[in-house]
Design a protein around this ligand. Structure first.
Ligand code: SF4
Length: 322
């Protein structure tokens, strides 16, 4: 049971991100903390993290957002939800506020991009379908194995639900990606597990996946040790980090404990191979793998100043929309 703490937001709602792939558009968090409670969530190490089973909900977000947009000389082309929370946490106040803000932004032709592991309510789905050219969707899916997601993502919907949502979004013409992140060494990084995810993603009609391995921060390692009850599961996961090292990543000027580069390289080669077998295009997260990749995993999609007009002019061919 998550405890929702109400608070007034003191800082700006529209926030620049330190991630290179989010440098073009502002980001918004409706909460600090997230009710999905994923064990690997990096936000556990942020100073704003309210603690487990707690979410800080900012009551003045919409008023502040309206005010900030009014004062801007030029509206942003799009807004990204959410770098350190989830727009579709199973909390009525978050879902209601999220809907209001999405409706407000889309009504002003400001695009919305989101990454979620959550259950997207019907009214939000319809809003996205009605505004398809202005929406970019990424859905997190680390494995099809419900026993693993049940441990690592205890409050997120099961993989089949996320796949069926992805299918519906892609069918509506919304540019949709699945995010295979984090890949868990020793648990979800074998060719069979990756192949099953790729097969299911292709079957859902989605053509792009973004991928990255698990990285450890002290708070994440601590959460894994406290919550994983099966010693062999924990051992498989942590053993893989044995020869790893600290590495600076392009986010929040932070460094993390990384798997050995050869381990990650081989992991990504398996992803590339399985993706190719299923006709998928892979984007490797360069922010978290600066030693192996460059460019962007397109976490927020590509944005032109006027995406509706761009679609009408055929700048996004049909086969690139999902
Ligand atoms: S859904 Fe995202 S923000 Fe929420 S707990 Fe999981 S990883 Fe963290």
């Amino acid at each position: 049971m998550v405890n929702v703490v109400l608070a007034e937001r003191k800082t700006a709602v529209l926030t620049p991100s330190s991630l290179a792939c989010l440098s073009q558009i502002p980001t918004v968090n409706l909460t600090a903390g997230c009710a999905h409670g994923c064990l690997y969530c990096y936000t556990r190490s942020y100073s704003s993290y309210p603690g487990e089973d707690k979410v800080t909900f900012y009551t003045n977000t919409f008023d502040k957002l309206r005010d900030e947009l009014t004062r801007k000389r030029r509206a942003p082309k799009a807004v990204y939800f959410s770098p350190s929370s989830d727009l579709f946490q199973p909390l009525p106040e978050v879902l209601d506020l999220g809907y209001e803000i999405l409706e407000f932004l889309l009504g002003r032709k400001i695009g919305v991009a989101f990454l979620t592991k959550g259950l997207i309510p019907e009214r939000h789905m319809r809003l996205f379908e009605e505004n398809a050219p202005l929406v970019r969707a990424q859905l997190g899916l680390i494995t099809l194995d419900g026993a693993i997601t049940g441990v690592f993502e205890p409050c997120a919907p099961e993989p089949a639900v996320r796949l069926s949502q992805a299918k519906r979004l892609a069918r509506a013409g919304i540019k949709t990606q699945m995010r295979l992140d984090p890949i868990l060494p020793g648990l979800t990084d074998d060719a069979e597990s990756i192949g099953r995810v790729c097969g299911a993603v292709a079957e859902a009609g989605v053509k792009h996946i973004a991928a990255s391995a698990l990285f450890l921060r002290p708070s994440v390692a601590d959460s894994l040790k406290r919550h994983i009850r099966d010693p062999s599961m924990l051992d498989k996961l942590l053993r893989a980090f044995g020869q790893g090292s600290r590495m600076a990543i392009h986010a929040r000027n932070s460094s993390v404990f990384a798997l050995p580069v050869t381990t990650r390289q081989q992991m990504y080669e398996r992803v590339a191979h399985e993706a190719q077998l299923h006709g998928l295009i892979v984007h490797l997260c360069a922010c978290k793998n600066p030693d192996l990749a460059s460019g962007s995993c397109s976490i927020a999609g590509e944005w032109t100043r006027n995406p509706t007009a761009a679609i009408q002019r055929g700048l996004f061919p049909d086969d690139e929309r999902s």
